[in-house]
Design a protein around this ligand. Sequence first.
Ligand code: AMP
Ligand code: GLY
Length: 431
Amino acid sequence: MKNVLVIGSGAREHALAWKISQSKKLNQLYILPGNPGTALCGTNVDISANDFERIKQLIWEKAIDIVVVGPEEPLVNGIADNILHDKILQDVIVIGPIKAGAMLEGSKQFAKNFMRKYNIPTARYQNFESSQLYEAQQFLNTLSPPYVIKADGLAAGKGVVITNTKEDAQKTIQEFFDGKFGYASKTIVIEEFLQGIEVSYFILCHGKNYVLLPEAKDYKRVGDKDTGPNTGGMGTVSPAEGIATKEFTDKVIQQIIEPTLNGLEQENIPYCGFIFFGLMNVDGNPYVIEYNCRLGDPETESILPRIESDIIELFEKAWNKTLQKNDIQISSQKAATVILASKGYPELYEKGFDITFDGNILSHVFHAGTKIQDSKLITNGGRVLAVTSLGNTLEEAIALSYQSIDKIHFQNKYYRKDIGQDILKINSKHV
Ligand code: AMP
Ligand code: GLY
């Protein structure tokens, strides 16, 4: 029986905690710092995800066997290295890469150079330092609009700007070099725009040993029909039927997943954890838009409920490098997740409103930005709740999520009404 610690505090971590709490191998589950939703699955511990010393002390005190790291920031800051290098914590399983592996997400420049070196399809690009304004502008002249400009480092999801005019592109480059995201934007990547449909693939791996998790489609823009600014994600569906065909998935495995694992081995980076491949399907061919060194949010909320296997067993097999491709059982049911946000997100929004539920809700309600105050549940973030439903068809899953949403109330509740509609349309054309 295992003691497990999940690090993070969003709906992704609630979904992870929920899935881990179903394992027949679980003894105690702790979530750090967690949220009111994770408190329903285990014990929350009020320590920051970036306070490595206190985290190590907790691992020792609670005799934690497995640590699962949800967000990218502690990984890029070296939490896995910190735990694994500690002599008394040597037997702890850490699901999350060491810093060198987390650079796949922590530095766009590193990721792009890695893809170039290992022949992994990605948009044409060049890297520039802040002293190379002139060279950056010259490179822009070789591209046609829209222009894609990316800050090298982590920028809380705001480090990618896509502009239609060269003037806006030049302005963005200048702002980045001037330190809009501090050190993270002193180096930039400029790349070609890829036209296609985005889809997210995930693996759990250790070295070249891996299992493919269900894929998902994420709805990033705040408004219906993909309008308005980018957000952390307003909803997801899994599977991405009609986009992630068998033929496409075979190409993803051969052209992207296996070369990535091979590249990590060549670079002597032992990677144990999740890899999230943000892909563009361009006329049936996959290109990597970005790597993430963790699971996605809200993708996790759609993919974990579709995994039938015991997740602690998967973690143990990953650690021991005994994962076999068919160790993972995936349900044929479809999942749809709709995010309930606070009106105004991803810009300014208010928080502190009471959240109430009426009737019998048949969906999973994963907490993102919520808080308990005076014994009441209140809104405490831009993304408040993630409502996930399963169904025999995607239509059923989507309908159930929207039915549940009608039974959840808080002031300024905002959500997209069209999650999954494009997938339904693609598939209706195929029949
Ligand atoms: P990222 O932060 O790298 O996920 O980028 C944010 C979003 O920008 C992605 O989800 C895509 O929708 C879009 N994007 C990034 N790079 C490209 C590209 N080369 N071509 C088209 N869209 C892109
Ligand atoms: N849903 C996209 C992300 O987690 O980065």
